[in-house]
Design a protein around this ligand. Sequence first.
Ligand code: GTP
Ligand code: MG
Length: 229
Amino acid sequence: MGTDRLPTGIPSVDRLLGGGLETDSVTEVYGEGGSGKTLFCLEVAHRVARENRWVFYIDTEGVSVDRLRSMAGDGLEKLLKRFLLSTPKDLDEQTAAVRTACSLAREGRRAVGLLVVDSATAYYRLSLSGPGEDDARQALSLEISDLVLTALRAHVPVLITNQVWRSLRDGHLEPLGGSFLNHAAKTILFFERLPGPRRRVVLMKHRDRPEGSAEFRITERGLESAGSG
Ligand code: GTP
Ligand code: MG
């Protein structure tokens, strides 16, 4: 095992990842709406903030605090003191938020334990097939490059979520962002909906782990291992 890991706190997923998220690279989670991407980000973020390390959280969905409240209960206020939450309303604001978070993380004045961008591609998707498509592609590439360098240089694990499109060729769900994002993220997880609260996590790419899968279950308090995990 080459690099340090940040445990996600979900045992089945940590086993799949050889201990947790790599601390010097970008992890991408992609999957359909409702597959649990946001809950997963919040689960890891909750754990990091509870241990008194800073979480830089860029939220394009505007739902984080409510979800966090149901995970943290009475501990919410204390937890939020370790959150630097940013809620961009368009791609330009997102670009600025990523730049600020990366430069603060690299500056090293705070002990930053995690940087999250959820979703990295929601605004980007809205710009596709329109006049701003090329600018959006360029903005996304620059953001992702900044995140890759921040993880590498500041040893801050970066967790991003990505949306999907269905391939007309074979009907598979594919992540947005094309080959650039596919190369930039060193770990790629695909979240699949199973019946009820169960979700499958498929390890699509990793530097030193074999492909495989794990399951978790969505509960009121957060995510728990499920299935054989
Ligand atoms: P998008 O952002 O739309 O792409 O979805 P996502 O992948 O981020 O999904 P998210 O993490 O928001 O997961 C939402 C899923 O969790 C939905 O299917 C909800 O019904 C489910 N969910 C949320 N809270 C609870 C809970 O307390 N208990 C259970 N059983 N399910 C919950
Ligand atoms: Mg979400």
